[in-house]
Design a protein. Structure first.
Lengths: 438, 852
């Protein structure tokens, strides 16, 4: 397994997280850092780099899995006086902190990726948009950015070329929607975090300050130096054909060893649960897994061998998202877990779209009623009906869609658990492990 | 501009590429329902009521935000969007109490209309109620979060139009409510734009409404406060004005009003209104009948005219009275009393400002505000664009938003703007001409010379270093401003109260005209009152007939003799260089007729005005209230307010607009022109007017400026008078001259005065709502000056000039530059004009801290 990694030098268990030692400039250069950048600037034209990234098959690691090279091409082709690059390092999804880990362990890998990407799309201004509560990571980034500037990797005319790049850190409010890419534009421009309607305008053609803007996830950008230096062929050896490369998984829930694991895409779920996580804790049996936090339908025991990549999970009505895998054991109440999810969505709805504002409250209240033992079968039908009526609603971001996906999935796959809550008029699990504390 | 072709509901449409689908549909009479959309704001897109289906798109989209694109196929009536729109409204209604019976917005509520229109009769969604806090401690504005639909119109109008950015959405999700940015009780401009745009009853005024919207009769009128002349509606029920509203897309203001315009109407119906004529009996003014009062005045006037001649009677017209009132006022003096002894206060006070500036029309300063909306650079000089004539501030702000126009703010106080201007220039009071010449020099220096030789020769003698050191504006700033003015394609210069009240006002305007000529720009002059322009146009001037025809001009005399059918006097002003008040003090005038003017508070020399009024043999004051001036009167005529009569006002653009009768006159009060007519006829005149229109007809016939305009043709947007400049490119050499400075050596501060934000003149002081916002007079002083004098905010101090002193509270603010203090003129308990005595001088004062 150890040879199958690109981004992280080693896996990090939850308990080791705080002792990660960041790699600063000397160490990074020592291990071949910034060679990709100098290759890009000295040997490659921007179009060559875009072509190489396209060939690598790299897909966005922020959740949607959009082909990265294609996105770059769109931005490079969009007409504007000034292009921008935004590195989205805000993590609002519960139980996901892969980007945080990447910045904590190797900030320069990200910075190098940003510079190369900016060079490819001709952006002279880049922003790293990071949760304001990640204070230590911000300090690490600040130091790394200073180092990069001192070594003339950023600033005016880098590496003797005519290309200039300025990278700035922008703090993201601790809100789930603030991580949505158009909400990010609003925050960077100094307004409240509220997503825009898309279409017609996507950041690629009209983003920050009305200019073409490339938005990439931290992990996506961290892959770039490696692709540029070692080539797309090398990269596509990792992972599955349609989802090449590795993914940094955040494993949590009822496993013995939760942590951050870098694995090739397409690795079966079973492997991550039983090898990385070392199986379920307290002698529990596997009940369900949420492969991308609370925003997607759960995977059940019969689907344990599903390869974890974008298309396979989509194929079974779930999704990989940003790979925050939550494992549930058989003595954890799934109704209570979903109650936590729905509370999260209710609290995090920004409130600008009426369906989301009202729908998330309604679903939360209904699930709470059932979990408390006060529900009846009508409430369960009500949940199903609400979910299906909210499905086609016009909202500006994916929050409501995520909420419906997971809740509808759980109700469908674990209807019996809800019915037993209703029939017993109580929760039969003495569940204390609520995943989401709000 | 680029055009695109698209299809909406099967109809082929060619639209401007910058339009949205909603706009393109509206232009082609295709209806799309909306709720949060407001034409004057950028699209908000919060309500989703305007959803449409686009061929090829997965989800429906909000048409208000969606730009038209080539080949787009739009459906506004698909089953899916109709169903979704209904669901949206149902979702909005979940938390909206259907308290329509007790809601003041019922009948004009967008949500009510849409619900009904969509045929929503059953609500199958429900949610448990959420506790919210009603905001009833926001002075004139109230917010009821239960009714709020979070459309964000209030936030956007406050930000985009008013520039205050007071509101935000607090909390998120279903707990979202509107709150002030700092979450403290509202402290803002109180323009009430948020109330006007609220589609439901969430934002309302604290002035409790006892009339349903459908019971209110909207009577179109014009705001009677400042010179902007915003069209307003007086909402009337059973003879009472309940509120003032304004319609979007009409007139100069596009539905926007300032605090005074929206809330300051209460003076119309207060206990203080004079209800009958009053006649002095000893120390007291006692009620009398109209007949009695008119007889008395007519007899007294006849007596004085016979013994001393018509010139012994003088009249002061009013900047707030209508054109018809002022026209008949001067006609009464000229034809019945046979005297040219009439004037208006601005002209009296400011070196013949009215007659000098408007006479020849070679100063194109009466211009439509369209020049602002079409400009790329706005240069305000001696004007406080936020606080003085606030609606002009709205126009500037919207121009900055829509055209990315740049703003230069120059003033002797640090007035600033919201959003902050591109350049901000604080100059030393009294050096304006020098500064403008410096800017011109800087412009000429960097481009090919053109124009008049004499003028250019004069400029050669000016040194920028010298200008900079004397005006205290840095050379770099002068250069930067010059540079941006040169680059501009359509600059506009606005000059405000500081200029028209300036001892060198006329010269400053001449200098600005030179500048405008060079940069090919236009000047717009602010006017203080609703008819400051009209009173001059109507010839309430001692040396000018209506339309600025010279009294000394025999041809003009002949013309007016024909129109009026009388023989007119040849002699003009009694004593050159002295105004009516001076002449009263000198004993040359025995009787004074003041119409709608409070000279005790508004003249530049309060002490002299009091002295004059004590000395005068016979004083008639025609006013709505027993003003400080009226207290000296021998006879008081009660005049009707603007809401009780018809007439026309001419605003700062030269736009003639109509006021209409909304309610019956309070008590026995009468329209000013009716009083003058009666008096004239009693004295043997032949004033045969039955309606206001008759007077206007004569005005239009007698004054070429108003020629060709019929009373009935004055509609919503008014009619621009024919102010056409004949010689636009006229350069004059305007030299800087030092202004005499009055004050002892221990009086370090330059004293400036003006209107405070929530008041204009003294009329607004009769409005309880405005007094709630500001009722205390303050002196503004710079923090560093305050520190030197050990003065804190809200300390009581005595401001002392050579002429007098007043005791007043302080406001320590950066708005006053060092060495300058500012006192508002609106407060009768602290009359700022006690400090001043000479009009052509800078008054210096000292400030003494009062011991507690």
């Amino acid at each position: 397994m150890s040879e199958q990694r690109i981004l992280l030098p080693a896996d990090v268990t939850m308990t080791d997280f705080n002792s990660i030692e960041p790699l600063f400039i000397e160490g990074y250069i020592d291990r071949g850092g910034y060679k990709g950048l100098s290759k890009a600037i000295n040997e490659l034209k921007p179009t060559d780099i875009i072509e190489e990234v396209k060939k690598s098959g790299l897909r966005g690691r922020g959740g949607a899995g959009f082909p990265t090279g294609k996105k770059w091409e769109l931005v490079a082709a969009a007409r504007g006086d000034k292009n921008y690059l935004c590195c989205n390092a805000s993590e609002g999804e519960p139980e996901t902190f892969k980007d945080r880990t990447l910045i904590r362990s190797n900030p320069h890998q990200l910075i190098e990726g940003i510079i190369i990407s900016a060079y490819s799309i001709n952006a002279n201004n880049a922003y790293i948009y990071i949760n304001e509560k990640y204070t230590e990571e911000i300090l690490i980034l600040e130091r790394a950015l200073r180092e990069a500037e001192d070594n003339r990797y950023t600033g005016k005319g880098i590496l003797g070329s005519k290309f200039s790049i300025n990278i700035e850190i922008k703090r993201c409010p601790d809100k789930y929607v603030a991580g949505e890419e158009t909400a990010m534009m609003e925050v960077i421009e100094g307004r409240p975090a509220k997503p825009w309607q898309k279409p017609p305008y996507y950041p690629a053609n009209r983003g920050l300050y009305g200019m073409p803007t490339l938005v990439n996830n931290t992990e996506t950008l961290s892959n770039i130096p490696h692709i540029v230096l070692k080539g797309s062929e090398w990269f596509s050896k990792f992972g599955s054909p349609k989802s090449p490369g590795t993914m940094v998984f955040t494993l949590s829930g009822d496993v013995k060893r939760p942590g951050i694991y870098e694995l090739p895409l397409g690795t079966p779920l079973r492997k991550i649960v039983y090898q990385c996580g070392n199986g379920l804790k307290d002698g529990m049996l596997f009940k369900a897994a949420f492969p991308s936090g609370p925003s997607n339908s759960p995977v059940t025991e019969s689907q344990l061998d599903i390869p974890l990549d974008f298309d396979s999970l989509k194929g079974i009505g779930s999704g990989l998202g940003s790979a925050g895998v939550i494992i549930l054991g058989d003595s954890t109440c799934i109704v209570d877990t979903v109650l936590g999810f729905s509370r999260f969505f209710m609290e995090e709805s920004c409130g600008q779209c009426p369906p989301c504002q009202m729908g998330t409250v309604k679903i939360f209240r209904l699930i709470q009623k059932i979990e408390d033992g006060n529900g009846d079968m009508k409430d369960l039908t009500d949940i199903e009906n609400t979910c299906s009526s909210l499905k086609g609603q016009v909202v500006y971001c994916h929050l409501l869609k995520g909420a419906i996906n997971s809740i509808e999935g759980v109700v469908k796959k674990f209807k019996g658990k809800f019915e037993s809550h209703i029939n017993e008029r109580k929760c039969i699990y003495k569940a204390e492990s609520t995943l989401i504390h709000s | 501009m680029k055009k695109v072709t698209l299809t909406i509901d099967g109809k082929k449409i060619v639209a401007d590429s910058k339009k949205t689908v909603l706009e393109a549909a509206a232009e082609n009479d295709i209806y799309i329902p909306t709720m949060c959309y407001l034409k004057k704001l950028n699209p908000i897109g919060s309500c989703r009521v305007c959803l449409v289906d686009i061929e090829g798109a997965d989800d429906p989209m909000t048409s208000c935000q969606l730009p038209v694109m080539e080949g787009m196929v739009v459906s506004t009536k698909s089953d899916r969007v109709i169903e979704l729109r209904q669901l949206m409204v149902k979702l909005i209604l979940v938390n909206h109490p259907v308290d329509c019976t007790v809601c003041e917005r019922s009948g004009e509520c967008r949500l009510q209309d849409i619900t009904y229109e969509f045929g929503i009769s059953r609500q199958d969604l429900k949610a448990e109620p959420v506790e919210r806090v009603k905001k009833y401690d926001w002075k004139l504005i109230r917010y009821n979060p239960y009714l709020c639909v979070l459309c964000e119109r209030c936030i956007m109008v406050c930000h985009e139009v008013q520039g205050v950015s007071t509101y935000k959405i607090k909390n998120n999700g279903f707990r979202s409510v509107i709150d002030t940015v700092d979450e403290k009780p509202l402290d803002c401009d109180f323009c009430g734009q948020c109330i006007a745009v609220c589609p439901v009853g969430a934002m309302s005024s604290g002035l409790v409404l006892q009339a349903r919207s459908w019971e209110l009769n909207k009577v179109r009128s014009v705001c009677s406060y400042c010179g902007v002349g915003c069209p307003i509606n007086l909402d009337v029920k059973k003879g009472k004005v309940y509120r003032v509203t304004s319609d979007d897309n009409i007139g100069i203001n596009n539905g926007n009003l300032c605090a005074m315009g929206r809330f300051g109407y209460q003076f119309i119906d207060t206990e203080d209104r004079i209800k009958t004529p009053l006649i002095r009996k000893g120390d007291r003014l006692v009620p009398a009948s109209w007949d009695e009062a008119l007889k008395l005045v007519s007899a007294k006037f006849k007596e004085i005219k016979n013994s001393h001649g018509g010139d012994a009677i003088a009249g002061i017209g009013s900047e707030r009275a209508s054109n018809e009132d002022n026209y008949l006022f001067q006609k009464f003096f000229r034809t019945v009393l046979v005297s040219h002894n009439i004037d208006n206060l601005l002209n009296m006070e400011n070196s013949s400002f009215g007659s000098e500036v408007f006479e020849k029309f070679d100063l194109p300063i009466i211009n439509s505000t369209e020049y602002i909306t079409k400009s790329d650079i706005i240069f305000t000089f001696g004007a406080d664009a936020c606080e003085e004539n606030p609606v002009i501030g709205n126009i500037i702000r919207v121009t900055m938003r829509d055209r990315e126009a740049r703003l230069i703010v120059g003033s002797s106080r640090d007035v600033g703007f919201r959003p902050p201007p591109d350049f901000r220039m604080v100059y030393k009071y009294g050096t304006e001409v020098l500064l403008i010449n410096g800017i011109i020099k800087s412009i000429i220096g960097s481009r090919e010379s053109e124009g008049i030789k004499e003028f250019l020769d004069y400029l050669k003698g000016i040194k920028l270093e010298d200008v900079s050191s004397r005006t205290s504006v840095s050379k770099d700033l002068i250069k930067a401003i010059s540079l941006s003015l040169i680059k501009s394609k359509s600059p506009v210069i606005l000059c405000g109260r500081e200029i028209y009240k300036h001892p060198r006002g006329v010269e400053i305007i001449h200098a600005l005209q030179n500048l405008a000529n060079i940069i090919n720009g236009n000047i717009i002059l602010y006017r203080e009152y609703c008819n400051s322009q009209g009173v001059n146009d109507m010839g309430v001037l001692p040396d000018k007939y209506p339309g600025y025809k010279n009294v000394a001009d025999l041809e003009a005399k002949g013309d007016f003799e024909k129109v009026w059918g009388v023989t007119l006097p040849v002699k003009g002003r009694m004593t050159a260089g002295r105004n009516i008040i001076d002449d009263v003090v000198d004993g040359k005038i025995k009787a004074l007729y003041i119409m709608g003017e409070d000279i005790v508070l508004r003249s530049h020399n309060g002490n002299q005005a009091r002295e004059a009024l004590k000395k005068i043999d016979f004083l008639i004051v025609q006013d709505m209230f027993l003003s400080e001036t009226a207290l000296f009167a021998d006879v008081v005529f009660p005049s009707a307010s603007f809401s009780e009569r018809e007439g026309t006002f001419t605003n700062m653009e030269g736009r003639i607009q109509k006021i209409n009768k909304a309610i019956e006159p309070i008590g026995e009060s009468r329209a000013d022109w009716v009083i003058i007519k009666e008096l004239a006829n009693k004295m043997g005149g032949s004033f045969k007017y039955s309606f206001t229109e008759d007077v206007f007809k004569e005005i239009a016939a007698a004054i070429p400026l108003y020629g060709g305009i019929t009373y009935s043709s004055i509609k919503n947007n008014g009619k621009l008078a024919n102010y056409q400049s004949q010689s636009k490119k006229k350069f004059r050499v305007v030299q800087h001259s030092e202004i005499e400075s009055i004050g002892d050596s221990d009086m370090p501060f330059i004293f400036l005065s003006g209107n405070t934000f929530f008041h204009l003149g003294t009329l607004s002081r009769k409005s309880a709502a405005m007094n709630m916002l500001t009722s205390e007079c303050i002196v503004e002083i710079n923090p560093s000056d305050a520190e030197k004098l050990k003065i804190n905010d809200k300390d009581t101090v005595t401001v002392k000039s050579k002429n007098g002193n007043i005791t007043i509270k302080t406001k320590v603010t950066n708005k006053s530059p060092q060495g300058v203090v500012f006192i508002p003129v609106n407060f009768e308990n602290a009359p700022a004009n006690i400090l001043t005595n000479k009009k052509d001088a800078v008054i210096r004062v000292k400030i003494i801290k009062n011991e507690q």
